[in-house]
Design a protein around this ligand. Structure first.
Ligand code: 5GP
Ligand code: ZN
Length: 115
């Protein structure tokens, strides 16, 4: 999709620090890491968000999480997988992506709790 940063990263038109790639998806380091380990998993095909994505592709990506987490050294201690969706969900890039975050103990909830 034109003018989509993540489509350009998937196509190699914008450089990124890739940690995994196959014919369907890419995982690369987040530009502004929120933790020692912070990578983004994206499908090579453009979907605006998870609600409109091909469920088989989403399942395929989730199926690769263990392998990628293992490669990044966070599989045993644990990590968080996050899909921000829409404005209130905090999605800023409208190409489906999963945040894989770890490398330290993460707080919960990651937003101010209800009173
Ligand atoms: P969102 O807020 O949409 O869930 O997450 C978008 C993420 O993409 C943010 O964590 C942001 O730091 C990251 N990001 C935005 N532009 C780029 C870029 O050009 N390269 C990389 N590696 N990460 C990016
Ligand atoms: Zn895109």
């Amino acid at each position: 999709m034109a003018d989509c940063v993540f489509c350009k990263i998937a196509a190699g038109e914008i450089p990124s620090n890739k940690v995994y790639e196959d014919d369907k998806m890419v995982a690369f380091k987040d530009l502004e890491p929120a933790a020692p380990v912070h990578v983004l998993l994206i499908p090579k095909k453009h979907f605006d968000n998870v609600t409109v994505a091909d469920p088989e592709l989403v399942a395929y990506m989730v199926g690769k999480v263990g392998e990628i987490a293992n490669k990044l050294g966070v599989a045993e201690k644990g990590f968080r997988l996050v899909i921000n969706t829409g404005d209130e969900g905090g999605q800023t890039i409208h190409h489906l992506h999963m945040h894989l975050i770890g490398g330290k103990a993460l707080g919960w909830p990651p937003f101010p709790p209800e009173k």
